[in-house]
Structures are given as structure tokens and as C-alpha cells.
Design a protein around this ligand. Structure first.
Ligand code: AHG
Ligand code: MN
Ligand code: MN
Length: 333
């Protein structure tokens, strides 16, 4: 039975043995992400105060606070992971190239690489709407003790050993999987501790919410247009409700709890859609499948796709299993 008084720290230690060949390295890595999440949470929460703090006259503080939050989140995560010397490589939406950690040191034994979207939904920051951080963890494929190569990052999503997100919302949560289901932890800001609040999260088999940027409707493929019309039709349990926050993390989180489908299709303006395979779609797909949901590009499982570049984009359909299957039917007909 799950104990809701359990902290994330306790949970990590208890579940360490679940992971095959565990040396505690993955646990340390999740712990570092937990720490960076708290730091970024602190920054996100005071975002509205930036102008006020900026007039305090302290150029140092002013300079730091006026940094764009996605750049700041990127720095905080990278710094935390580097300081703790627990990964051999990092790739981020905010960095053109991957970062090799400790590449000069032949003795370093770190075997994991992390890929991340440090601040997802960043256009929501200025208007006080939820944003998130997404992370994806792989075992490197090149030998331990050598500098990482691009090959270590260009792995299909099915190779992920862990993935998750942090949602900076009405409360801050860290939700992650190591391939044994999905668990959600809520931050108690008074004491800075995450507690297990959402054990064993599951997408309902089907739902009543569809999330898509309908402003792009005219540019969508016919199959997507037809599926949207299906969602809006007065029939059986429809019309569905439309909900779109514009932050993948937040839209996914709501749909996982309530039941729904998130879509970012290709369009005549963007042939591969918008979302990035490696640090947006793959981690969400891993979480979705671990929570009894489904993630596809309309034709195949997201996690089967062989990536060819770090920042590649892919059409994305993710959520309650039966809803994603239905959307796929429309796209394939
Ligand atoms: P990011 O802020 O990391 O660039 O990601 C934004 C992504 C995703 O989170 C969101 O669902 C989508 O872009 C919104 O795009 P549109 O504004 O085109 O709908
Ligand atoms: Mn994003
Ligand atoms: Mn981002």
C-alpha cells in the first residue's frame, strides 16, 4: 500500500532495487533533478516580482533576475547535474550542441545522459500560467570513461531508463517513471519537501478532453480535421471539451488525471509539427505508456522512432489509449 506521508527522498531509496543493475547512480541523478526543480520553482514563483526587485538598485540581483527564465532554468539544471558529477552528457532545448561532462577525465565512470526541456510553455510565464520542465534519461551506448558522442543521445525512446516532468502550477509537482509505473510528488513549499501525493498515476481508458491549437486548423491534414470534427460532434459521449494551455506539461498532466488527448499535428506550415522528439515527445510518451496511455506520431509509436538529429521535431498525439487509437484511425484513413 502507498503511504502518502512518504517523501520523494524515501521513495527513491526504497525503489532503488527495482532498477536492474542498480548501483545507486540513477537514484543520485533523480535526487539532483529534485534539487534543481526546487531551485527553478523558487525562481518561477518570484517571476512576477522581477520588476519590483529590479528597482532595489542592486545591479547584481537585477541582472540575475532579469535573465529570461528559460535560460535561467537551463543554467540551474545543467549546473546542478555538473556539480554532482552524476552524468556524462547533457542535451537541452536551450543548447545547440550536447554537453560532454568530465570529458577530459578518463576515470569518470558515469553512465547516464540526460536530455531536457528546461522550461516548457515559456510563453505562459509572463501571464502567470503553469509551466514545466521535462527530462529524459538514457544509459550511454559508447564505453564508460570516454567522452560521450552524438550516438549516446540519438536513441529511440524505448531505450529510456527514466523520464519525468516538473509542473510549476497551483502547486509544484514532480512526476516521473523508471519503467515501473508513474508516481507524482507534490512540493510542500513551507519545508521544501516533495511528498508522494499521486501514487501509480493512470490515464483513464478514454476521456472527454481534446487539447490542440485550433488556430492552426486550416493548415492541418484532412485526417486531423476530421478527427477534430468527430470530437465536436453531438453523438454518444460527445461533443468533447476543448482545453489547451499551450504548455505540453500542463496539458498532459490534466489529461492524465481527467482523461483526454493532446495533439500537435504536422501542418502545411510545419511538416514535422513543432514538438521535439528527444526532450518533449519521448519522455511524455514513456510516461503515457507507463500510465496506461498511448503516444504516436499518427502512424507509429513515438518510442520506436529512430532519431537522426538532436533537435528533430515530430507530430505528436498522446493521451488516453482509446482516444489516441481513434485519432490514428482518422489519420490513416
Ligand atoms: P517551449 O516553451 O519549451 O518552447 O514549448 C512550448 C510547446 C509546448 O509546450 C506547447 O504545448 C506548444 O509549444 C504550444 O505551441 P503553440 O503555441 O504553437 O500552440
Ligand atoms: Mn517545450
Ligand atoms: Mn522550453
Amino acid at each position: 500500500m502507498f503511504n502518502k506521508n512518504k517523501t520523494l527522498g524515501e521513495f527513491i531509496i526504497e525503489n532503488q532495487t527495482e532498477f536492474q543493475y542498480s548501483t545507486g547512480e540513477l537514484s543520485k541523478l533523480i535526487n539532483a533533478i529534485r534539487l534543481a526543480a526546487k531551485v527553478v520553482n523558487h525562481e518561477v514563483n518570484k517571476a512576477g516580482l522581477v520588476d519590483i526587485l529590479g528597482t532595489a538598485g542592486d545591479t547584481n540581483i537585477q541582472g540575475e533576475n532579469q535573465q529570461k527564465l528559460d535560460v535561467l532554468a537551463n543554467e540551474k539544471f545543467i549546473q546542478t547535474l555538473k556539480n554532482r558529477e552524476i552524468v556524462c552528457g547533457i542535451a537541452s532545448e536551450e543548447e545547440d550542441h550536447y554537453i560532454s561532462v568530465n570529458s577530459q577525465d578518463e576515470n569518470h565512470q558515469n553512465k547516464y545522459v540526460v536530455l531536457m526541456d528546461p522550461l516548457d510553455g515559456s510563453s505562459n510565464i509572463d501571464v502567470n500560467v503553469s509551466v514545466g520542465t521535462i527530462f529524459s534519461i538514457y544509459h550511454r551506448v559508447t564505453p564508460v570513461g570516454t567522452p560521450v558522442t552524438l550516438e549516446d543521445f540519438l536513441q529511440p525512446g524505448k531505450n529510456q531508463v527514466a523520464a519525468g516532468y516538473i509542473i510549476y502550477g497551483t502547486s509544484t509537482m514532480l512526476v516521473y517513471t523508471t519503467g515501473h509505473g508513474v508516481n507524482g510528488f507534490t512540493l510542500n513549499p513551507a519545508i521544501g519537501t516533495f511528498y508522494l501525493s499521486h501514487p501509480n498515476m493512470q490515464f483513464p481508458e478514454t476521456g472527454k478532453i481534446y487539447s490542440v491549437n485550433e488556430g492552426n486548423y486550416i493548415h492541418f491534414p484532412q485526417g486531423v480535421k476530421d478527427y477534430i470534427k468527430y470530437c465536436q460532434k453531438e453523438e454518444e459521449d460527445r461533443p468533447y471539451t476543448s482545453r489547451y494551455i499551450g504548455s505540453l506539461v500542463s496539458d498532459f498532466h490534466r489529461n492524465m488525471i481527467k482523461g483526454g488527448i493532446y495533439m500537435y499535428p504536422k501542418s502545411s506550415k510545419a511538416q514535422k509539427g513543432k514538438l521535439r522528439l528527444l526532450y518533449e515527445c519521448n519522455p511524455m510518451a514513456f510516461l503515457a505508456e507507463q500510465a496506461n496511455g498511448r503516444a504516436s506520431d499518427g502512424h507509429q509509436r513515438i518510442m520506436e522512432i529512430e532519431p537522426t538529429e538532436l533537435h528533430e521535431r515530430v507530430p505528436f498525439f498522446c493521451g488516453s489509449k482509446r482516444m489516441v487509437e481513434k485519432a490514428e484511425e482518422f489519420m490513416q484513413s
